[in-house]
Ligand binder design. Structure first.
Ligand SMILES: Cc1cc2nc3c(=O)[nH]c(=O)nc-3n(C[C@H](O)[C@H](O)[C@H](O)COP(=O)(O)OP(=O)(O)OC[C@H]3O[C@@H](n4cnc5c(N)ncnc54)[C@H](O)[C@@H]3O)c2cc1C
Length: 497
């Protein structure tokens, strides 16, 4: 990785930001357009320093095996699994692409970034159990979720989740589902491996280089202004395609690009905190990722979960997230990020959201005012015998939730997913939002290729299908392909335990 700007003159493609999204797009371009010159600018001193850093996210390979917010209950009690199926299929796309990279010798050992960890959903109370039974019936009817186990037997759960069950009242109603197909992913390590491989094939990755302005030229290309964060020196490069993979920094840059497609969008930053323990005794009693239900009025990204993590060879447990508020769009951002993002074209949307999202406001204030012992009490709902001194608070990444103008009503709405913004006749794309995030990076970046290069995608399809066999297919609708893809990725990514 270089801090020198010199080799970056007028590349075919500029990727802004050194997170998992840019890293994935750089890798995909290596598959479909290996002769294009690609330059990456990262403002921080290293890649994967923001949301893609291992301690800045929860490392869950989101395959919808345990996240209850992907399977909402309707008023009649039925459970909709549509979103869960899509997320699972998207994660299978990531797994296939990572398998290709492993086979091609581009990422070293898969153990450096992905580990099998069972995914469990856990609820208490009669209403929770009824929901869980209905959800299990609906999910296990889908090919991608076949094999999902259900129990409301406390003895079985004590085997699945010793730490969660110890000290629980014997008469408490509990229910859970479990999938052995779950994973923990070190997205920081993956990002570094992808950039290392990209550099080997000639991609220039520059750190300490902040992109400060984007301007469309008369010839359709973009002028990218880059400032060296150490020397303050400023340079410009020209490119014909620009991807703004700047995470929380994407909104201000897309606003600078002044594309009409960004009008009306705003961002609302929510910071996350986790309790962490490295106690070997606790870690050995919890070899799973367990997701519960969000509190009433709480946003989907606040779903509590207790996760086994494997980072740099060390095991630990994370519990959270606890939400916080900071006006910064990046951990290393500025307190002016939020106020400076308010523009005449998004002021209405942002004001509308501030008025409409009273439950969220109340939730955030409640979270902010929580004392250390109140946070510990939240933990004991998951780990009844938890001792405060075993757990430390760590601050995770910033999530900038998307605020968007609803076309039908003209009002601003807060979204918890991701939004790909494409402008300039497909010469610029940027990703806003954070969920389901890094796990679906490959699908998100394939969408960038499809939307920005519609005239080339047909020619690229055969090569993409070679490296991602399910590309263009719904795995849930093709059992033979699903079985083949599963077996292959399990073996290549060494997920058989
Ligand atoms: C608390 C939390 C928990 C999460 N848990 C999960 C999870 O369990 N599973 C999952 O799949 N996803 C999870 N996510 C989401 C996931 O982390 C993100 O979706 C993903 O990392 C985003 O990658 P990115 O490349 O878009 O952004 P980032 O990793 O944030 O990278 C953007 C980069 O752009 C750089 N940058 C910004 N502005 C500029 C500029 N002007 N010039 C140059 N560089 C710039 C930044 O320094 C940064 O390095 C979580 C996120 C958070 C915050």
């Amino acid at each position: 990785m270089s801090t020198d700007l010199a080799p970056a003159t007028d590349p075919d493609v500029v990727l802004v930001g050194g997170g998992v999204m840019s890293a994935t797009l750089a890798s995909l371009l290596g598959v479909v357009a290996p002769d294009w010159s690609v330059t990456v600018f990262e403002s921080g001193p290293a890649v994967a320093g923001e949301s893609s850093g291992p301690w800045n996210n929860a490392g869950t390979g989101h395959a919808a095996l345990c996240e209850l917010n992907y399977t909402p209950a309707a008023g009649d009690g039925s459970v909709d699994v549509t979103k869960a199926v899509t997320i699972n299929e998207q994660f299978q796309v990531s797994r296939q692409f990572w398998s290709h990279l492993v086979r091609a010798g581009l990422t070293g050992s898969p153990k450096d970034f992905i580990t099998p960890v069972p995914h469990v959903s856990f609820v208490t109370g009669e209403a929770g159990r009824t929901y869980m039974r209905t959800r299990h019936r609906a999910m296990s009817a889908q090919p991608v979720f076949e094999g999902l186990e259900y129990t409301d037997d406390a003895a079985v759960m004590a085997r699945w989740l010793p730490l969660v069950m110890a000290g629980r009242p014997a008469d408490q109603v509990v229910a859970a589902t479990r999938s052995a197909a779950g994973t923990d992913v070190d997205f920081g390590s993956l990002t570094r491996l992808l950039f290392d491989a990209a550099e080997e094939r000639g991609v220039h990755v520059h750190v300490n280089q902040r992109v400060t302005d984007l301007e469309r030229r008369d010839d359709g290309r973009w002028t990218v202004t880059v400032r060296d964060t150490a020397s303050g020196e400023e340079r410009t490069v020209r490119t014909r395609f620009l991807f703004v993979g700047a995470g929380g920094g994407a909104l201000p840059l897309l606003q600078k690009a002044a594309i009409p497609e960004i009008r009306g969008f705003g961002g609302f930053p929510v910071s996350g905190m986790f309790l962490r323990t490295g106690s070997p005794e606790l870690v050995s009693a919890h070899q799973a990722k367990v997701y519960g239900q969000a509190a009433v009025g709480a946003p989907p990204m606040s779903v509590p979960h207790l996760d086994l993590r494997l980072i740099d060879g060390d095991h630990s447990l994370l519990f959270g997230p606890y939400a916080g508020f900071s006006p910064r769009f990046l951990k290393a951002g500025s307190v002016f990020d939020l106020p400076l993002s308010v523009k005449p074209d998004n002021f209405g949307s942002m004001l509308g959201v501030a008025r409409a999202e009273l439950a969220l406001t109340r939730y955030l204030i409640g979270e902010l005012l929580q004392s250390r012992s109140a946070r510990h009490t939240t933990l004991t709902a998951f780990v009844p015998l938890a001792e405060q001194q075993d757990w430390d608070m760590v601050t995770a990444g910033q999530r900038v939730q998307v605020i968007k103008r609803d076309r039908a009503t003209g009002r601003g709405v807060l979204q918890f997913g991701t939004e790909l913004v494409v402008g300039g006749e497909g010469t610029i794309a940027g990703l806003l939002g954070a969920s389901p995030g890094a796990s679906t990076a490959v699908s998100a970046m394939l969408t960038v290729l499809e939307r920005c290069f519609p005239d080339r995608i047909a020619a690229w399809r055969p090569r993409l299908q070679e490296v991602i066999p399910s590309y263009g297919h719904r795995l849930n609708e093709d059992r033979a392909l699903l079985a083949e893809v599963r077996a292959d990725t399990m073996q290549t990514l060494e997920l058989n335990g």
